[in-house]
Design a protein around this ligand. Structure first.
Ligand code: COA
Length: 434
């Protein structure tokens, strides 16, 4: 009997390989995270083909044409080289002309259509579901994902009635129609899709993927940097008061004002005085570049690992604007939707590990940056006043790491002192901010 794939192979339509386009940012290869199609599938223009991840971001690849998939070149977990073929697609003559027509509508100056796949940077919110604290893959066909996307519906919020919780078209359409949902509670399927509660008896080998792969690579790069460490404590009393005083005002403007925007601003003002902290050094150690812009990276703990997007041009932003940018990148990071732009071009970084706990840290400089600061947990601790009386203070420890090829101890200490001055006297920040 002739299979669908055989039929595809035997007809006279045109077979085109679709290549992974140059993503830019010097990325030479990406990891194939998952396929949304298999050989023999018919797909429409803009249907998802696969999800790939570079060191910089997760991206979704969509088909620029309608056709039948005749070959997948990679398995999940393989590294695909930029410029290599991802899939072969059989295009019928009519689809071909329809596609060319549409493309020339979009771009009148170009009659030639590139046969490279399209990359889009907006993916992932539909790929994982949290069940009893574990992240499991959302199971749905490309067409269901397509309908969900069109309706701005987050598939990770539901579990379908299909095998292993697969979301069927009927599940989704019922939900969209607000009929009684045929979906089931995520809690109930934990045993079906996890390891059935069995105790593992052999070592488990897992691929290092996504943000964790990027962290591994970045940290190896950082090994070439001789680190200098410096710690100091900062009294947060005034900042806590200022934050409390401005919290309601901020809330009315829909801004969640945490300590971070103040700390980021204090660092930016200090970078103005000590520009070498916002510099980078070239490979053969002959030149230092002093960066005009303060693109401050913020370490964010996400379900898929540590990621450090940066807020651009902090030197031009008010504390309020920084807060708004921070909320944006945290939300993008948590949904794995950060762009290359968000993840590149950082000039200095901060890591608020104190949200989780801990006093001191030994942060690692993110090459080519030359300095990173880690913020410990704010704690109420006993201190002495001038008369020797013990009284409670809100104290936080800052741990700085710097590239000792560029930054000496005195510069680091002076920079830290200035950050301390601003945070202990936030009124001075107001005076200095344009
Ligand atoms: N010590 C004690 N409490 C802290 C704190 C600190 N250093 N920083 C923040 N908090 C409090 C906040 O006040 C807030 O509580 P409140 O709203 O009741 O006042 C609560 O913790 C949550 O703060 P949040 O708004 O989430 O934090 P943020 O804006 O200060 O920080 C991130 C956001 C993204 C930096 C943070 O969530 C994060 O991911 N940190 C981890 C970074 C990491 O993993 N670093 C390791 C790198 S190797």
């Amino acid at each position: 009997m002739q299979t669908r794939l055989d039929q595809i192979r035997h007809n006279s339509n045109k077979i085109e390989p679709f290549k992974l386009t140059d993503i830019g940012e010097g990325i030479a290869e990406v990891e194939v995270i998952q396929w949304f199609v298999k050989e023999g599938d018919s797909i429409d223009e803009f249907d998802q083909i696969c999800e790939v991840q570079s060191d910089k971001a997760t991206v979704e690849i969509k088909s620029p044409k309608k056709g039948n998939v005749t070959k997948l070149y990679y398995k999940v977990g393989d590294m695909a080289k930029v410029g290599s073929s991802l899939i072969d697609l059989e295009i019928s003559e009519s689809n071909e002309s329809e596609f060319n027509h549409k493309s020339s509508d979009l771009n009148p100056s170009s009659s030639k259509v590139s046969s490279s796949v399209q990359l889009e940077n907006n993916f992932n919110f539909q790929n994982q579901i949290l069940v009893n604290g574990k992240f499991l893959k959302v199971l749905a066909t490309p067409s269901v994902r397509y309908i969900a996307r069109k309706n701005n519906f987050d598939l990770s919020k539901i579990v379908g009635s299909g095998k292993d919780g697969r979301i069927t078209k009927a599940d989704l359409l019922n939900l969209l129609d607000q009929k009684s949902p045929s979906v089931i509670n995520p809690e109930k399927i934990e045993n079906v899709r996890s390891s059935n509660g069995k105790v593992e008896t052999v070592d488990r080998v897992e691929k290092i993927k996504g943000y964790n792969r990027s962290m591994a690579k970045k940290m190896v790069e950082s090994l070439s940097v001789p680190h200098f460490g410096y710690c100091d404590e900062i009294n947060m009393n005034s900042l806590i008061k200022l934050r409390n005083d401005t919290k309601t005002y901020a809330k009315d403007k829909n801004i969640k004002l945490s300590f971070m925007p103040f700390i980021i601003k204090a660092c930016s003002l200090s970078l103005k005085k000590y520009p070498i902290i916002n510099s980078s050094i070239n490979h053969d150690l002959t030149e230092i570049t002093y960066h005009v812009n303060h693109n401050i990276g913020i370490a964010i703990d996400t379900p898929t690992g540590l990621v450090v997007p940066n807020i651009k041009n902090v030197q031009n932003l008010t504390i309020f604007e920084i807060a708004s940018e921070l909320i944006k990148i945290i939300s993008l990071a948590q949904s794995n939707k950060l762009s290359h732009q968000d993840l590149t071009g950082g000039t200095f970084s901060l890591s608020n590990i104190g949200v989780i706990g801990g006093t001191y840290a030994k942060p690692v400089v993110i090459v080519p940056e030359v300095c990173i600061g880690a913020i410990g947990k704010i704690q109420k601790l006993p201190r002495y006043d001038e008369k020797g009386n013990v009284y409670p203070e809100n104290i936080v420890q800052f741990s700085w790491s710097a590239d000792h090829r560029v930054i000496d101890g005195a510069t680091m200490a002076n920079f830290s002192n200035l950050v301390k001055l601003y945070l202990e006297n936030p009124g001075i920040m107001v005076i200095e901010t344009k």
